[in-house]
Design a protein around this ligand. Structure first.
Ligand SMILES: [Fe+2]
Ligand SMILES: [Fe+2]
Length: 277
């Protein structure tokens, strides 16, 4: 790779233990092949599919991850409040409600530095088919207004609607190095460089059990759809795999390339009883 470029390897929703184990198994070969300057992941589903805790975050840190984004599941594990207070590498969406009398813990963007390179990582959340929150476009504006000069910017747009993610891509085209989508857990095949040099993909996709309904065992999910009654969901374990993107950023902060990666990790034995959370 061109020495002057900045390379980022980004994993979207890493789902539970199958996701963590798949990432751990696939990562050495990815690091050897791509040698990224920055390693990021969305961890909203890291701990048993629901939020993130110190233990699972520690596992990702031990693998060499530099920074973490989240999404609508950010508050699912109560440890997140301590995590956001103590660990500035973990972001929550920047556009969550932040009233003056009850400020939102943590931050929605952070500057990361490694190997003499810098990148500003931004976490946004959508409002279509999701719980309402502040405007992600306005949040992007104020973060960009205050961003340090000459530092490339990467945005994780955690959103459900393809239209909202595309709109953010075009809104930030030429202003940031990358807008990558997360939340749907299914990788899209629309990676490209938008005019102005912004890498874009609607959804990076999940790392976790691919024989699943977005990470969960299919049977209770099907029953839930058929009956409309609550069901005990459980994490799927079969056919684990990883989804990520590799983005190269030029010295001027524009993206040179985006490569989409999705493959199964077939040698993982996820059949052991229990402990799949
Ligand atoms: Fe997710
Ligand atoms: Fe999500």
């Amino acid at each position: 790779m061109n020495e002057n470029r900045t390379r980022v390897l980004f994993f979207a929703d890493v789902f539970g233990k199958p996701g963590r184990r798949a990432v751990a198994a696939a990562l050495p070969a990815l690091l050897t092949k791509y040698d990224p300057d920055f390693l990021f992941a969305n961890v909203e589903n890291l701990a048993g599919g629901r939020g993130v805790n110190f233990k699972t975050l520690g596992e990702m840190s031990d693998l060499g991850f530099h920074g973490f984004t989240t999404g609508n599941h950010v508050w699912d594990n109560r440890e997140i409040f301590d995590i956001l207070e103590r660990d500035r590498r973990v972001l929550r969406p920047a556009n969550l409600p932040d009233p003056a009398d009850s400020p939102c813990p943590g931050a929605g963007h952070a500057l990361f530095q490694n190997r003499g390179k810098s990148i500003l990582l931004v976490n946004l959340i959508g409002r279509v088919f999701m719980e309402d929150c502040e405007c992600p476009f306005s949040a992007a504006d104020w973060i960009l207004d205050g961003a340090p000069e000459g530092v490339p910017i990467m945005v994780d747009m955690h959103a459900d609607a393809t239209s909202e993610k595309y709109a953010m891509g075009w809104f930030l085209a030429g202003k940031v190095a990358a807008v990558v989508g997360s939340h749907s857990h299914v990788q899209t095949a629309d990676e490209r460089i938008l005019p102005g040099g912004t890498a874009y993909i609607t959804d990076v996709g999940m790392s976790g059990a691919f024989d699943s309904v977005i990470g969960m065992h299919p049977d209770p999910v099907i029953k839930r759809f058929k009956t409309k009654r609550p069901q005990g969901f459980r994490i799927a374990t079969q056919n684990p795999g990883i989804c990520c993107v590799v983005i190269d950023i030029n010295e001027d902060g524009t993206a040179a390339s985006i490569e989409r990666i999705r493959h199964t990790v077939s040698h993982l034995d996820m059949n052991e009883e229990g402990g799949v959370e």
